[in-house]
Design a protein around this ligand. Structure first.
Ligand code: ADP
Ligand code: MG
Length: 347
């Protein structure tokens, strides 16, 4: 079965031990390992061929926006599509192409209602890009932070359990999202669609190359990062995306933040400068929930997702069960009770 064979070669940086072919430990096995590596690369290329979309076949209609990845276009390829074209660095073009193929080899095995449909990719430099279905409606970010909509509790729970379902599926497939945030979650006629999973390794990290010691952090991004990731963000440390300790547990931390946004309409640590957020979260300090109008079980989910120790965080399968058990009647947030910051974890 070819699809099983190609699946064996799919590699995730956080999961490479499990997905790589058995390692050859003998000292004079260099040639053999090179051979294996060549076969692995080759089988990835063969498996990827059917997902290759020639750049010329794509019709680019308009720019939707620019993110850390590059530029997203609305376009046409047998219907409306979103085309994500990546900015590539000419110095390391071959490495980037190889890293890109690795990431694409993971995307092609995702099929879930709550994940954006991966349709194919342009895989030849300088045109590296990903083609997915086009999400016509708005992101959770737009609903919550721009339109200032508040969702009743039953809706909040439905949205969150759909996110947990999509994320649980990704994790079961050995894929860590690494960039779960309300901007990467679309609401399409009541259905959650998660985008941008597994692409982080390929993108430039949050260090500004021109100023080696200064952090270049997109606004609103820090509050999704778990303490163990904050530790790797200190200036001058870890410029290689592979070294950032993303894991299924750090995805759960990010989910906690999305749950908080849904409940309160705000980001945690909203009024703090980036350095203070990095310091506080790195020390294990959490956003206080003291003035949040929600029941104990709702707050418990937040506290569990935001646990300092990665393995103390619930996984998405049990999170979903917890969410399903929540009473769905109460209102999620009370605009008259803003949430305040404090150093205590809870009170
Ligand atoms: P970010 O996730 O930080 O907003 P992106 O580069 O992922 O940055 O996205 C840039 C813009 O393109 C955003 O406005 C985003 O909502 C939009 N976008 C991304 N993917 C899709 C998609 N599949 N369908 C429609 N719009 C999309
Ligand atoms: Mg995005």
């Amino acid at each position: 079965n070819t699809s099983n064979d190609s699946d064996k070669t799919l590699v995730d940086s956080n999961n490479s031990e499990k997905t790589l072919p058995d390692r050859v430990d003998s000292i004079d096995s260099t040639e053999e390992s090179l051979n294996q590596s060549w076969h692995r690369q080759n089988s990835i290329s063969v498996a990827l061929k059917e997902w290759d979309i020639p750049y010329e076949d794509l019709q680019f209609d308009s720019i939707v926006g620019k993110g850390r990845f590059g530029t997203v276009f609305k376009g046409n390829w047998h219907g409306d599509v979103a085309i994500k074209m990546f900015d590539i660095d000419t110095d390391t073009k071959m490495e980037q192409q190889a890293a890109f193929k690795m990431e694409v080899s993971m995307l092609k095995k995702t099929r879930h209602e709550n994940l954006v449909l991966f349709m194919g990719a342009c895989m030849k430099t300088p045109h590296l890009g990903i083609v997915t279905s086009y999400c016509k409606l708005s992101t959770l970010h737009t609903h919550i932070h721009q339109r200032r909509e508040s969702f009743p509790m039953n809706r909040t729970v439905i949205i969150s359990s759909q996110i947990a379902q999509g994320m649980g599926y990704l994790h079961a497939r050995g894929i860590v999202h690494k960039d779960l945030k309300s901007k990467n979650i679309f609401l399409e006629s009541g259905k959650v669609v998660i985008t941008d999973y597994g692409l982080f390794n390929f993108t430039k990290l949050c260090h500004d190359d021109r100023h080696a010691n200064s952090l270049h952090i997109p606004p609103g991004w820090l509050c999704y990062l778990a303490p163990e990731i904050m530790h790797s963000l200190r200036p001058g440390k870890s410029k290689v995306p592979d070294e950032v300790p993303f894991s299924t547990h750090s995805d759960v931390y990010a989910f906690g933040t999305v749950w908080y946004e849904l409940l309160t309409g705000e980001w945690p640590f909203r009024s703090l400068p980036p350095e203070a957020i990095i310091w506080q979260v790195g020390k294990g300090i959490k956003q206080s929930l003291a003035s949040m109008q929600a029941s104990r079980d709702v707050k418990d989910i937040l506290m569990l997702c935001w646990s300092f120790k990665p393995t103390d965080r619930q996984d998405f399968v049990s999170l979903q069960r917890t969410l399903e058990r929540l009473p769905k009647k109460r209102l999620a947030r009370s605009p008259s009770h803003p949430v305040h910051l404090s150093r205590s974890a809870e009170s």
